[in-house]
Write a protein that binds this ligand. Structure first.
Ligand SMILES: [Fe+2]
Length: 237
């Protein structure tokens, strides 16, 4: 048995500070073997940069996942091709930079596959996450037949879509864990065929206050979007 730790959306400088302070103690205390962290909001709430990755580089993280905001910082996009353990959702169409899954090993040599997917409901247009999940599982089987542990970061707006992915992959992957909405849900459970599921694991950062590190609904553009009744007035998550 191995122990996996998955950390939800690291939000701006406050989120990075929290990760730097708390990750290693948690890994030590819980005897964690493999760590996955979502960093799509790590650079000021939107995307990633070289500086941000360097700041987090010394932490015991095996794979970084992202989501729709991964494209927001121009300088962050080339990093997707340069860093094999920095993922973007696998269901972005062919021809985009980067990759949507990878296999890394624990210190004791256990291979772990990580798949990054993005939902379609209330999100930018993208290929179907469910069909792409089937394809990726075949790709992993073909290239790494030894893999028995598969973690899925399902980055999506709709709770229904995230739960649907959990049920769809039940018995075929180790865990389906939701990100993007930044609000943790209290529905962590083991599905009937053995897959661990939580609709959203929540974010890493401040849940109150003002400024770019704070919860998205208190961040001005999404608040304006809610007040205006127009999604073009701001982006949420
Ligand atoms: Fe997101």
């Amino acid at each position: 048995m191995i122990r996996l730790l998955f950390v939800g959306d690291v939000m701006g400088s406050a989120g990075r500070r929290a990760l730097r302070s708390h990750l290693e103690p948690v890994v030590d205390r819980e005897n964690v073997d493999f760590v996955v962290v979502n960093v799509e909001n790590a650079a000021g709430g939107f995307g990633i940069t070289i500086k941000v990755l360097e700041e987090l580089d010394s932490l015991p993280v095996h794979v970084w996942t992202t989501g729709n905001h991964v494209w927001d910082k121009k300088e962050g996009v080339p990093l997707l091709d340069a860093h094999p353990t920095l993922l973007r959702p696998a269901n972005y169409p062919d021809g985009n930079p980067g990759r949507g899954w990878c296999v890394e090993e624990t210190a004791s040599g256990v291979p772990v596959a990580v798949i990054n997917l993005q939902g379609q409901a209330m999100m930018p247009p993208i290929d179907n996450a469910f069909r792409r999940a089937d394809e990726v599982l075949e790709e992993i089987k073909a290239a790494h037949s030894e893999v028995r542990v598969i973690l899925v970061d399902m980055h999506a707006e709709a709770t229904s879509e995230k739960q649907a992915m959990g049920w769809y992959l039940d018995g075929r992957v180790t865990a389906v864990l939701g990100t993007h909405t930044h609000v943790p849900t209290a529905d962590e459970r083991i599905l009937p065929k053995g897959t661990a599921m939580q609709t959203d694991v929540g974010m890493t950062g401040p849940y109150a206050g003002e400024g770019p590190g704070t919860i998205p609904l208190q961040h001005p553009p999404p608040l304006r979007a809610c007040q205006a009744g127009r999604t073009d007035a701001g982006s949420i998550g």
